[in-house]
Ligand binder design. Sequence first.
Ligand code: VGL
Ligand code: ZN
Length: 198
Amino acid sequence: MHTERDLAIGKHDALIVVDVQNDFLPGGALAVNDGDAVIPLINECMRLSTAKRLPIYATRDWHPVGHCSFVKNGGTWPNHCVADSPGAQFAEDLALPDDVIIVNKGTDSDKEAYSGFQGTDLSDQLHANGVKRVIIGGLATDYCVLNTVNDALANGFDVVLLTHAIRAVDLNSGDGDRAIASMRERGAKIHDGSVLTD
Ligand code: VGL
Ligand code: ZN
């Protein structure tokens, strides 16, 4: 698969950190295998972004207890990321800057919202900030990353997907790899995150 070797970030770029929350980390209610491995690279990206004064958005799953995605309410997932609960907090080691812009999603009981754009003003905020390209990492590849990337493309943004900074649920084996292939087909640029440049 073709990947860019260097990623130079600059003007008109923004970073979107997807759902790096306790419930998606090992030991969490909806643990993503190796989920905590995304944190160092995302921290590095946030450091570079902050140095360049680029905006950083952090989405979080922020469900009411009666959320339709929970098994007890007829959905497919165990209870997770209940608003204000410890499981919904950002990972402790995630070095979010003070001026991070937090985007809550999945806040309506009767609507699933895997994408950070769904039911939020993220697209308007990005456009208002002059953002043209978004750099995306986080959890989980086959759900919230996939849908956030697709909506970013649909809203007219260029997308760089940091494939070393995402991990999949893989409910069916290969889901994560198929998600990456489909994001790439839709136009997301793949970056393996090994070389970030100033
Ligand atoms: C997610 C399943 C349910 C995710 C959120 O962040 O990818 N997955 N809710
Ligand atoms: Zn959820």
